[in-house]
Design a protein around this ligand. Structure first.
Ligand code: SAM
Length: 237
């Protein structure tokens, strides 16, 4: 079992440390997701005398999952957490590292999971995942999550979002690229910068994402904003 203090060993530990140097608010961002999962999904279920059923979309190597474990006292108050990723390699890593009975690992695309086999959920969350898809493919996922949430259920979406003001976006994006160049070995820095450049084409602005989510039916607001990172809390009325 892995908790936040033992986060990642070997090459994963090195990558995690590098990421935190290039994105110094990374832990705050991930912790905000964990805190909101606890306060907006698990505690409201507990207040009704129930255990929560929820899902994480895009577990990767488990950074967000670690924060959720930390913020929820190792899933106290959770009946079932579906931990979903399209990559079998990522699911294998997390299955090895997070041997917790309430977690059910699922190798699936988010749309097929939320649009298909997922049960009705008290909540869903995701971090650094949905922006990897073209905008046109992000919207059906938001709709599928909405459809699977119980009334009052919440979706916590931590992701990279652009600023509406082009000059602000340019300067924040430049800051992020400078931080990558300053803190990472040159070859790795160039790979990350390529990745940021490709990703940036798919970023929603916070305003666009709030508008998409409210068009679907969510009541949504920005709970955290630092540089390119943002955490949105979206509630199904
Ligand atoms: C950048 S990682 C983020 C992992 C973790 N939340 C974190 O913050 O470290 C994104 C993960 O989403 C997964 N992913 C990307 N597109 C997906 C999709 N359409 N369906 C399911 N998983 C997806 C990738 O395989 C990857 O493991």
């Amino acid at each position: 079992m892995k908790d936040k203090d033992a986060l990642f060993k070997g090459s994963q530990a090195k990558e995690y440390a590098l990421f935190n140097r290039a994105v110094p608010h990374h832990d705050d961002f991930q912790r905000t997701v964990g805190r909101l999962v606890n306060s907006s999904i698990i505690r409201p279920a507990a207040a009704k005398g129930k255990k929560a059923t929820l899902a994480e979309g895009g577990i990767g190597t488990g950074c967000t999952l670690s924060m959720v474990l930390d913020e929820t006292g190792m899933l106290a108050g959770v009946e079932r957490l579906y931990a979903v990723d399209v990559s079998p390699a990522m699911v294998d890593i997390c299955r090895r590292d997070f041997a917790i009975p309430q977690i059910e690992f699922v190798t699936a695309d988010l749309l097929s999971f939320f649009g298909g086999s997922a049960p009705t959920l008290d909540g869903a969350y995701s971090a650094y995942t949905i922006h990897n898809l073209p905008q046109v493919d992000q919207v059906p996922i938001f709709k599928a999550i909405y459809a699977k949430l119980k009334p009052g259920g919440c979706f916590v979406d931590g992701d990279l979002l652009a600023y509406q003001d082009p000059e602000l976006q340019r300067s924040v994006f430049q800051w992020q690229q400078d931080m990558v160049r300053k803190n990472l070995p040159p070859e790795l820095a160039e790979q990350w910068i390529d990745h940021y450049n490709q990703d940036a084409l798919r970023y929603f602005t916070a305003e666009q994402l709030l508008s998409v989510l409210s068009g679907i039916g969510f009541t949504a607001r920005v709970e955290y904003r630092e540089k390119l990172e943002a955490v949105i809390l979206a509630r199904k009325p």
